[in-house]
Design a binder for this molecule. Sequence first.
Ligand SMILES: NC(=O)C1=CN([C@@H]2O[C@H](COP(=O)(O)OP(=O)(O)OC[C@H]3O[C@@H](n4cnc5c(N)ncnc54)[C@H](OP(=O)(O)O)[C@@H]3O)[C@@H](O)[C@H]2O)C=CC1
Ligand SMILES: O=C1OC[C@@H](O)[C@H](O)[C@H]1O
Length: 403
Amino acid sequence: MPSMVERIINAYNWWNGINKIKEGLKEKNPDAIKFGVISAAAINFTSFFDPVQTHQGAEIVAIAARSRAKAEAQVANYKLTAAKVYDSYEEVLQDPNVEAVYIPLPNGLHHKWAINALKAGKHVLIEKPVGSNAAEAKEIQDCARETGKIALEAYHWRLHPAAHRVKEIIESGKYGHVTATSSKMVIPPGAIGADDIRFNYALGGGASMDLCYVVSGSLYWASAPNDVKGTTFEVLEAKSRVSKLDKRVDEAMEATFVIRNADSARPPVMCTTTCKLVLPKFLGFIPQFWDLTPTTVVELEQAKIELTAFIAPYIGHKIIITEKSGKKTVETVYKDGPVWGKRGEPWWTTYRYQLEAFVDRVKAYKNQEPYNGPWVDMDESVKLMEIIDGIYKKAGMPLRGAE
Ligand SMILES: NC(=O)C1=CN([C@@H]2O[C@H](COP(=O)(O)OP(=O)(O)OC[C@H]3O[C@@H](n4cnc5c(N)ncnc54)[C@H](OP(=O)(O)O)[C@@H]3O)[C@@H](O)[C@H]2O)C=CC1
Ligand SMILES: O=C1OC[C@@H](O)[C@H](O)[C@H]1O
């Protein structure tokens, strides 16, 4: 059965006439980047197959799942006509035709398979969060450097023009410095089952891991462009609500941390994050059932900027600027923008922008050209995992991958 996210994408494609557009884009370019996919994950269609179907520079040539039948079912269901089915992930990595590997495994397996893929000479697009903890993230970064291959953590929202536009407004200086941020993400009741990987400690489960976008939102707004590495942070408070079945797994987490930039002209930024995989019940009801829109808010000296639906801005978002004077401006951005220039289509999802960036970067690599387009650097991925580790430590919980 399709997941809730897949059903949303299906409805989105139907509404925007994208299935017709896909027909016209079926033919791949001769130099299309050839991808392998390891696992028949539920997210595959939304995050990868769907964008590949509208990108003539990307092609899926291999897939494996722990059971061959599961991989074959995805090939048939999503018409992956060019994909060879293998019996193991390792065989995908050993296929000389595969240039890059998409890794949608449980979080606790990202590190192992990213390193295996890089060592097999493949570029990697790794689902978020990039590893179980910061040490694993750093090892992936080091391995990508050593092998000379490209590694991208799939923080798709960071590659959408709406996020870039908010960052542009912040950095314009018009409203002064950033002083605080708050980001929130809540999973709708019933969207995930009790046996989901998200509740499995050994597989890197936990709300802070799965809903790591809230930390990504904080760091992107708070840090000086091109100097994420230079930022330091201190977690001031972290309150978890843990699973009754495994106290190492956070069902929800509220955290406050301060981010400081190397550039001392920028004041410290107070960040608060809320993430909930499970909403608490009261007398059998969920009182917060309406509180589901993911939002991120940036407080500046002279204004507040809110980006609604920040992890899925393609579905419909608002950039709301409320100045201290009370003046309110609202804008939306679905294509182009300050980082992409003239690029994109109003219907491109965050995953489609992500694929565009990844393919562009691999192409530049193959042509031995520099790549200056939109990206999420591994320095940012490592810093994000350091903050997530810090949140777990402050909450008195073990780091993922530690036990
Ligand atoms: N970018 C985004 O918007 C989203 C990203 N994600 C990320 O994608 C990843 C996968 O999430 P999702 O698709 O929901 O998860 P699924 O459980 O559907 O997929 C995980 C896959 O991992 C494979 N796997 C390998 N070893 C194990 C194991 N020991 N236990 C369980 N599964 C195993 C399974 O593969 P096999 O098919 O080989 O049996 C399974 O299909 C996560 O990292 C998650 O954070 C998830 C949703 C949205
Ligand atoms: O985008 C997302 O929404 C739901 C989450 O459970 C998932 O892992 C995440 O990436």
